[in-house]
Design a protein around this ligand. Structure first.
Ligand SMILES: [Cu+2]
Length: 278
């Protein structure tokens, strides 16, 4: 396909306008992906803050290593090519260099391991939970139940008419701000995965197993995630939408939810001809 000068001009103008729109509105919403985003989503929990700083540390380390190797390669190419160095040295061993190129990478790995294990421990060692929410992955939506608040359960299906597109749902999961939320998750049919990038959580939802993770959202707002295990034809259409609210708002939501979801237990899966494993 060949473009005329006019077409190229229009396309460039389009990019420019899109870029300006991004610069103007790019910083808009946290808790969801942004157009042209190349960084991790903005953190809403202490765990995600630590994931981001660990990620940034690793980027520095790999950048320095890559540049170092590049410099060595350039030196070899320039100094030791057949023209510049017609009579090559016959050296085969150098104890100092061999010890160094074994020891230094080991030390770098140990230096990485320390913050890595600290982060892993923070993620896996669940603090005393203020609230437990059970998230059940189903083909193809999530069901949430609140065992601490009257055991009500409801389905959360993607709502085609809601924004953000492919992330908005009919019934959001609601949790209080600044509270330790324990997520227990399982799969009702196949393996799904419960993941919310801004919270730094991603855990498999496996039939017959109950997996646990936790988060403590420090800012109110909407946070979106998606099923992160290829689970069938509508895998891309079972978003996770979490609304983080103040304590009082949570309490009144619980009261309303108890009534709203009391008479309609989450049995759409069973009535759809499947087998309900709850
Ligand atoms: Cu899934």
């Amino acid at each position: 396909m060949k473009m005329s000068n006019g077409q190229i001009g229009r396309r460039l103008l389009g990019f420019l306008v899109a870029g300006m729109a991004l610069a103007a509105g790019g910083a808009a919403v946290a808790g969801q992906p942004k157009p042209w985003e190349i960084t991790l989503q903005e953190a809403a929990t202490p765990v995600m803050e630590n994931i981001i700083s660990f990620h940034n540390l690793l980027v520095w380390i790999i950048t320095i290593i890559t540049l170092f190797v590049l410099v060595l390669l350039v030196i070899v190419v320039v100094k030791f090519n057949a023209k510049a160095n017609p009579v090559p040295s016959k050296t085969t061993h150098n104890t100092l260099i061999e010890v160094a190129w074994t020891l230094i990478p080991v030390l770098i790995l140990v230096a990485i391991a320390v913050p890595s294990f600290r982060l892993l421990f923070q993620q896996l060692d669940i603090p005393k939970a203020d609230l437990t929410v059970k998230a059940t992955g189903k083909q193809w939506y999530w069901s949430y139940s609140y065992p601490d608040n009257g055991k009500f359960e409801f389905d959360s299906l993607m709502a085609a008419d809601k924004q953000p597109r492919l992330l908005g749902v009919d019934n959001e999961m609601v949790v209080p701000v600044n509270k330790v939320i324990r997520i227990q998750t399982t799969g009702a049919d196949v393996i799904h995965a419960f993941a919310v990038p801004a919270f730094g959580i991603k855990i498999d939802s496996i039939p017959g197993r109950l997996n646990e993770t936790w988060f403590k959202a420090t800012k109110t707002g909407m946070y979106y995630g998606q099923c992160s295990e290829l689970c069938g034809k509508d895998h891309a259409f079972m978003p996770i939408a979490v609304r983080v609210v103040e304590d009082q708002e949570f309490a009144s939501w619980v009261e309303a939810a108890k009534k709203k979801f009391a008479t309609a237990p989450a049995n759409t899966y069973a009535s759809a001809g499947g087998q309900d494993v709850r």
